[in-house]
Design a protein around this ligand. Structure first.
Ligand SMILES: Cc1ncc(COP(=O)(O)O)c(C=O)c1O
Length: 448
């Protein structure tokens, strides 16, 4: 019988969802008293785990003072403190922040800032966006049009704005005939060709995830790719927008994921881990030249919402950033990422179907394939990624399996994104339960 799990139709016996009751540290308990270790921080969000008393106290204290100062009437201490943390984390090239309520709003703001920048400079013809297949930029109509997650786009096709979606950039699955060594140059060249085909004066921005999240199963760009893209964008007056909703805010071991590539975008988004899931929050961050051009013509950016810079949300975000900084958590994630990968590699050792284990910091993707030599994915009707999810839940593990990374439909990946402050025993527990769950899911489809 067909059922639905997180919006994806499925034929496996997916029971009703457990009801969440409470959480502490890296563990969450449901209403039947079953406890799960959270290996993915939910959807790569809970950067400090559950029930962090410093964050909840900061929220309560702010609520006791005032919940919300409306942005057209007031600024506030939490808003200013959070803005300072974000700008310090992003680096001196960045000049302004728009605070919103999540990743899609952050990405919509990034697009609007890019368009407003070109309008401010009189380049009104620059309206077109270029992005990539196997990427995810959000659920609102604007950024859905730039997202290459076929299954999530399908019901809305025909109503999405025109955009150019280039090849995915994945060293494990390079385009046919392209060697891994040539991948960065090949894909950067594809971007330049598309800019030239459209006419550079029509292109507003190139939008990409520095480390692709759900749509690709954690795919870091190959060495050199981001720098080549940066150079091409600059040469053609095209803005570079980095979508760091999932991979940013320290998840990859640096505040900006692109720091790893030594590249600075013009505009970027963050969300998810920036408030640890305590209150919905996101941000669009943009460079000093972008800010100055917009300010000179318009006085300020024309994006934002009723709850932009919401005071309690900012208090949560500021508390999370304070803890990141005080406890050196982002540096810890950077230093300990290889240890997490080693634990996972050990737990999955001997499973031939593990085709690739990849990622940065505490953002790891595992790709399961039917044949590790040819990299052939499993047929969709095996629903392997969903089976892993079900087995993991039964074993008391939360992970983030995702399908469709190969061609939009085929492909089984599992994402792990533990909290930055997880003790080693928790990482060991996650790895151990994942190994058991993957073996059980494979056994269900006759692969033991
Ligand atoms: C890279 C990326 N961009 C944007 C979004 C949209 O964020 P939200 O779901 O908070 O609207 C997501 C969500 O998963 C994401 O992973």
């Amino acid at each position: 019988m067909s059922k639905t799990v997180t919006g994806i139709s499925t034929t496996i016996a997916a029971g009703p969802l457990p009801k969440v009751a409470w959480g502490k540290g890296g563990h969450v308990t449901d209403s039947t008293d079953k406890t799960y270790v959270d290996g993915s921080g939910g959807p790569a969000v809970y950067s400090l785990g559950y029930g962090n008393e410093e964050v909840t106290e900061a929220i309560k204290a702010q609520l006791d003072r005032i919940m919300h100062g409306y942005r057209y009437t007031f600024t506030s201490d939490p808003l200013e403190e959070l803005t300072e943390y974000i700008l310090a984390g992003c680096g001196p090239e960045f000049g302004a922040v728009v605070l919103v309520s999540g990743g899609s709003e952050a990405m919509e703001s990034c697009l609007k800032i890019a368009l407003q920048y070109h309008s401010a400079r009189g380049e009104i013809s620059r309206r077109r966006f270029i992005s990539r297949q196997r990427s995810w930029h959000g659920n609102t109509l604007g950024v859905l049009a730039l997202s290459g997650f076929a299954e999530r786009r399908a019901p809305f096709e025909g109503a999405l704005m025109p955009a150019s979606l280039l090849s995915p950039v994945n060293a494990y699955r390079p385009p046919e005939g392209v060697s891994p060594d040539e991948l960065a140059r090949h894909c950067a060249h594809e971007l330049e060709e598309e800019i030239l085909r459209l006419g550079p004066d029509t292109v507003a921005a190139f939008v990409f995830e520095p480390v692709v999240g759900a749509a690709g199963g954690v795919v870091p760009a190959p060495t050199g790719y981001a720098a080549m893209v940066r150079e091409i964008c600059t040469r053609h007056g095209v803005l570079m927008i980095a979508d760091e909703v999932m991979c940013g805010s320290g998840r990859c071991g640096t505040y900006r994921a692109l720091t790893h590539d030594d590249v600075v975008p013009d505009i970027m988004s963050i969300a998810k881990g920036m408030s640890g899931g305590y209150i919905p929050l996101g941000a669009a961050v943009y460079s000093i030249p972008v800010r100055d051009a917009i300010t000179a013509t318009y006085g300020g950016v024309m994006t934002g919402h009723t709850f932009t810079g919401h005071t309690v949300a900012c208090a949560a975000g500021a508390a999370v950033h304070r803890i990141f900084r005080r406890d050196g958590l982002i540096e810890h994630v950077g230093a300990n990422g290889s240890h997490l990968r080693a634990l996972l590699a050990e737990a999955l050792a001997g499973i031939d179907e593990v085709g690739d284990l990849r990622g940065r910091g505490y953002f790891i993707g595992i790709e399961l394939v039917a044949d590790p030599v040819t990299k052939t994915p499993f047929p969709r009707d095996r629903e392997l990624f969903l089976r892993v999810r079900e087995c993991a839940l039964a074993n008391g593990l939360i992970c983030y399996p995702s399908g469709g990374n190969v061609d939009g439909v085929l492909g089984d990946t599992i994402i792990l994104a533990p909290r930055y402050n997880a003790p080693d025993a928790e990482l060991v527990e996650i790895a151990g339960k994942l190994g058991v769950s993957v073996r059980q899911a494979l056994a269900q489809i006759g692969r033991d």
